[in-house]
Design a protein around this ligand. Structure first.
Ligand code: GTP
Length: 677
């Protein structure tokens, strides 16, 4: 029966279908009895250990007293704040701890107020005289980091689905719910921020009931900020979540689900011990690479590193074993003892980068520094793909693949802040495909269908029979009022709905479905070209909806599309780094916008700069940056007009020479800025 609901999720690309099917099946008592009850269940898993026993070591805590869980939520719904409260209430951090959001350790996370990297903390908690080890895995909320969420869930048996009681269910909440539901995890629904004046927990609970078939009595209401109701969260974790399904007597095997780089220890890997025990000095093997290592350090994160001598089944902890290169710590790998065969744990679907951009050193003398910074950062952020690239203007560099634009910006910021490496990042582009024809061309490319990750490699359209571009299925949740004109006819009339629809249409979107999730909120689904949403779609959506609409997307497919390469020319020279691939219908408007943007960004120089946008040989837009005028005749006191002309002619000649040899300096931000609308 579990398979019924899982298949439903896989079979239907539209989430709306999923909602309906789950509802139908639960009505038919198909899933309600077996699947849905998992997160409604209040049957106790409380361990029957000796009452009142306090364990001295983590090793003494039996598997029945371990719970592995994650907090998932839409961005800013309060995951990190709730994590702070859980840490405080278990004594892992002190109550007057200066820095809030303890698990948001990166500088970029604190500055931007977002979680980028999933963090872990092992908490000791006492309930009814029993001591428990609760492993909390904090996850990021932004859609660009959903790979971190999915990895964290692999080590968990349940999740806290946190929803802001003021904002209600958002697009990411829906995505997160289905991610956890698809993995068959126990889901504890928690409404947060009930202290807010505008909080409406009843309305949000209704949304959870109507969208996910949840029971009113299972929904917890808390204020993570004030700590109100947080005790109930602990209780629910212990009572509703099962202990990890592991065996301490079986041979050791562990899932490697995260890693980071430490200057002194090399790669530190985070593991979930699925069976057996691993001790300091043990010889372990990576199933992925077949390499063997000696275990050097073991420990739990509380959330600071606390060394232990062994890690036991059910525990989540860190391990170092002299893994040096970035490739060695393979996310999703199974580690086991040398010469002991074990079955491999299910890994993860490799994440595919959505956005590609060139990364170059500010000048070639910084190449080595930047290379080592990228290598180290990639170890912490395995979603980034790296290939070597070079550009006539920027020299030797790399082409990096990211999960989205925020991911790219965060990567760049981390390069600067954590590794002091300055980089120039070129205009981001998505991956296109093209079908080549002609025997000679097929021989040249070696295959019929080629992938284009860099506009520089855009093939000549005369040898291409068809181009393809990637599409995504976008889900938007926005407030809207429902007005009934007559009993049989109704229509939406709302100040946000219209602008959102036109934004999606403008981005070449096609509407797939719409449904109202309660009397105030509508969920829309659009098929959108990925290229149209990577750069600034989210910002525009927020601005047309006064910040209320939320957006999430999932990969869809490649569809045939009329694509062209838009070149940017400065004084007649193509600047390849600014080239983009666009839909033919957008070439002229995009060209105009890019030219206008460049006109604003490029500083005025002593000579005139012609900015042009061209498709093939056709100029589609042009702007001019006027030269600075220097009054070379200022020092003349009267005198003959020929003297004046002589000075002006000399100046004109100088300018002409300068234009020919001029190397126009573009500010670093240019490459990303020009693409924003
Ligand atoms: N009033 C009120 N504010 C809260 C509560 N919980 C969190 N906040 C505030 O909501 C904002 C976002 O909280 P975070 O904990 O950073 O949210 P998050 O979900 O971790 O955000 P991301 O890491 O970006 O996904 C912060 O300003 C918090 O102070 C609450 O219970 N009540």
């Amino acid at each position: 029966m579990l398979n019924v609901s899982k298949r439903v999720i896989l079979d239907f690309s539209s989430r709306l279908c999923v909602f309906k099917t789950i509802k139908i099946s639960s009505r038919n008592k198909l899933t309600s009895a077996n699947v849905l009850c998992k997160y409604y269940s209040t049957s106790s898993f409380i361990a029957k250990n000796e009452k009142g026993k306090k364990y001295e070591n983590y090793e003494d805590i039996p598997v029945e007293n371990i719970r592995n869980f994650s907090i998932i939520a839409h961005v800013d719904h309060g995951k990190s704040t709730l994590a702070d409260r859980l840490l405080e209430m278990t004594g892992a951090i002190s109550q007057n701890c200066e820095t809030s959001q303890v698990l948001d350790r990166l500088q970029v996370e604190r500055e931007r107020g977002i979680t980028v990297k999933a963090q872990t903390a092992s908490l000791r908690y006492r309930l009814n005289n029993n001591e428990y080890l609760l492993n909390l895995i904090d996850t990021p909320g932004h859609v660009d980091f959903s790979n971190e969420v999915s990895r964290s869930l692999a080590a968990c048996q349940g999740v806290i689905l946190l929803v802001d009681a003021n904002q209600g269910v958002q697009a990411q909440t829906v995505a997160n719910f289905y991610m956890a539901f698809g993995k068959d995890l126990v889901i504890i629904p928690v409404l947060n921020k009930i202290d807010l004046k505008n909080a409406d927990p009843e309305r949000v609970a209704e949304q959870l009931k109507s969208l996910f078939d949840m029971n009113e009595e299972d929904i917890l209401k808390v204020s993570a900020k004030l700590g109100r109701g947080v005790e109930d969260v602990f209780k629910a974790i212990i009572e509703r979540l099962p202990p990890p399904p592991v065996s301490r007597n079986a041979p050791f095997r562990a899932l490697l689900f995260d890693s980071w780089y430490d200057r002194y220890q090399g790669a530190v890997v985070l593991v979930y011990v699925a069976d057996g025990t691993v001790k300091l000095g043990d010889e372990i093997v990576s199933t992925h690479s077949g390499k063997s290592y000696e275990v050097k350090n073991l420990g739990l994160l509380r959330p600071h590193e606390e060394p232990v001598t062994k890690l036991l089944a059910g525990q989540v902890g860190y391990l170092t074993c002299n893994m040096r290169s970035t490739q060695e710590a393979h996310i999703g790998d199974t580690l086991h003892h040398n010469n002991v065969s074990v079955s491999v744990l299910p890994g993860f679907k490799p994440t595919s980068p959505m956005v590609f951009a060139g990364v170059y050193p500010m000048d070639q003398s910084q190449h080595v520094t930047l290379r080592s910074a990228i290598e180290k950062l990639v170890l912490n952020d395995s979603a980034v793909t790296v290939t070597i690239d070079s550009s006539p203007a920027l020299g030797q560099g790399w082409r990096l693949g990211f999960l989205g634009l925020l991911h790219m910006e965060v990567f760049n910021q981390r390069l600067e802040q954590e590794y002091n490496a300055q980089a120039v990042i070129t205009a981001p582009s998505v991956t296109y495909k093209a079908k080549i024809f002609g025997e000679k061309n097929l021989r040249l490319y070696g295959k019929e269908e080629i992938t284009i990750t860099n506009p520089v490699n855009f093939p000549d359209p005369s040898i291409v029979s068809e181009f393809f571009e990637p599409m995504v299925l976008g889900t938007i949740i926005t407030p809207a009022s429902l007005f009934y004109h007559t009993t049989s006819d109704f229509s939406f009339a709302d100040k946000y709905l219209g602008p959102i629809m036109s934004l999606c249409m403008d981005r070449r979107g096609t509407q797939r479905s719409s449904c109202n999730i309660d009397n105030h909120n509508v969920m829309l689904q659009f098929l959108l070209p990925l290229n149209e949403i990577v750069v600034d779609f989210h910002d525009h959506l927020k601005s047309v909806s006064s910040g209320y609409a939320s957006f999430d997307y999932e990969e869809y497919d490649y569809i045939p599309s009329k694509l062209v390469k838009l070149n940017v020319l400065l004084n007649g020279n193509i600047v390849e780094e600014l080239s983009t691939v666009v839909h033919i219908s957008k070439a002229a408007s995009m060209g105009r916008r890019v030219c206008l943007k460049l006109k604003d960004i490029i500083p005025r120089q002593l000579f005139q700069i012609a900015i042009q946008a061209a498709v093939g040989g056709k100029i589609v837009a042009r702007e001019t940056v006027k030269a600075f005028r220097k009054d070379v005749t200022a020092k003349l006191y009267g005198g003959d007009v020929t003297r004046r002309m002589k000075l002006l002619n000399r100046q004109a000649e100088g300018k002409k020479r300068m234009k020919m040899i001029a190397n126009i300096n573009l500010p670093r931000e240019t490459f990303i800025e020009v693409l924003k609308r």
